[in-house]
Design a protein around this ligand. Structure first.
Ligand code: FMN
Length: 308
């Protein structure tokens, strides 16, 4: 049987497939539909110090081959996350990554510091790429100097845990922000977050989303994401030995393999889980079948193995 296990920033994972932040809550929401224990990892919804109700509705709209969301980091906040959600996550087999967000660097540090000692958590994903909040979010993720500063501050607070920095595609040169994250101490990079977009209702002549704009996700963004993963892999990550988590529009095992060939060691499944909450687990099996069909002994052999 093909070996799907991977080494990711010092963690040994059963397979490369994660859930993407914000699309599977805190895991308890999906528990009755699928066995998340079959995944390599699980990433929580972004956690902020204070609870957030998020943006006004409508905050989701479907598009051709995708969707826009302007949720605005709605979450239970740090205290309730620790009190109500962490216990169940601690029972799970996959590596648990907590996605961290906030309006200031101090907020990011506070969340990370509070959780750094929790055994249940393998790592943090730094969300410096959310397009749907007025303070924080993407504003930390577009300037290399700001990326480096926030990464360094959080790295100092996260103890032995893995620090993964989530990059936005909304920049001129993603290799520059990726390089800055590595300079600041990132152990891994995840890309991509959503692309800012708008849908207009021609009857009312208004943007459909109350927030006017939202983040585009789903199959529509996959070729962009594959390209950016490949660019970051070739231009910075491979030489520095920093692994990449690829995401953006993954719906099938073949999509996931595209990301691996482009340079991703792990992948995450987001929007596809809204169509079928079992999709991420199905992708694990599909990746195994692909390896067997192609005579690949270990999925790790395929990382960055693009021909030409
Ligand atoms: C409804 C929704 C909520 C999201 N919430 C978050 C979030 O809280 N934090 C974050 O870093 N990314 C968030 N994302 C972005 C996803 O994690 C992912 O980067 C993006 O959707 C691209 O992957 P996909 O096309 O597979 O969905 C969200 C995406 C969606 C669709």
């Amino acid at each position: 049987m093909a070996d799907l296990s991977v080494e990711f920033a010092g963690l040994r994972l059963a397979n490369p497939v994660f859930t993407a932040s914000g699309t599977c809550g805190y895991a308890d929401e999906l528990a009755e539909f699928t066995d998340l224990n079959l995944l390599g990892g699980f990433i929580t919804k972004s956690i902020t110090v204070e609870p957030r109700t998020g943006n006004a509705t409508p905050r989701i709209v479907e598009t051709d081959s995708g969707m826009l969301n302007a949720i605005g980091l709605a979450n239970v906040g740090l205290d309730r996350f620790v009190g109500e959600k962490l216990g169940a996550l601690a029972q799970m087999k996959p590596a648990i990554f907590v996605n961290v967000a906030g309006p200031t660097i101090e907020d990011y540090v506070a969340v990370t510091e509070r959780l750094a000692g929790e055994e249940a958590i393998s790592g943090f994903e730094l969300n410096i790429s959310c397009p749907n909040v007025k303070k924080g979010g993407i504003t930390f993720g577009t300037e290399p100097a700001a990326v480096e500063e926030i990464t360094r501050a959080v790295k100092a607070a996260c103890g032995q845990k893995v620090l993964m920095v989530k990059l936005t595609p909304m920049v001129t040169d993603i290799a520059a922000t990726a390089g800055a994250a590595i300079e600041g101490g990132a152990d891994a990079l995840s890309l991509i977050n959503t692309l800012t977009a708008m849908v207009v209702d021609v009857e009312t002549r208004r943007p459909v989303l109350a927030n006017r704009t939202g983040g585009l996700s789903g199959p529509a963004i996959k070729p962009v994401a594959v390209h950016l993963v490949n660019k970051v892999y070739n231009e910075v990550a491979r030489d520095k030995g920093v692994p990449i988590m690829g995401l953006g529009g993954i719906r099938t095992a073949s999509d996931a393999i595209e990301f691996v060939l482009a340079g991703a060691t792990t992948v995450a499944v987001g929007t596809a889980s809204f169509i079928d909450p079992r999709q991420s687990v199905k992708i694990v099996e599909g990746m195994r079948s692909y390896c067997e069909r192609k005579g690949v002994g270990s999925i790790s052999e395929l990382v960055g193995a693009l021909e030409g």
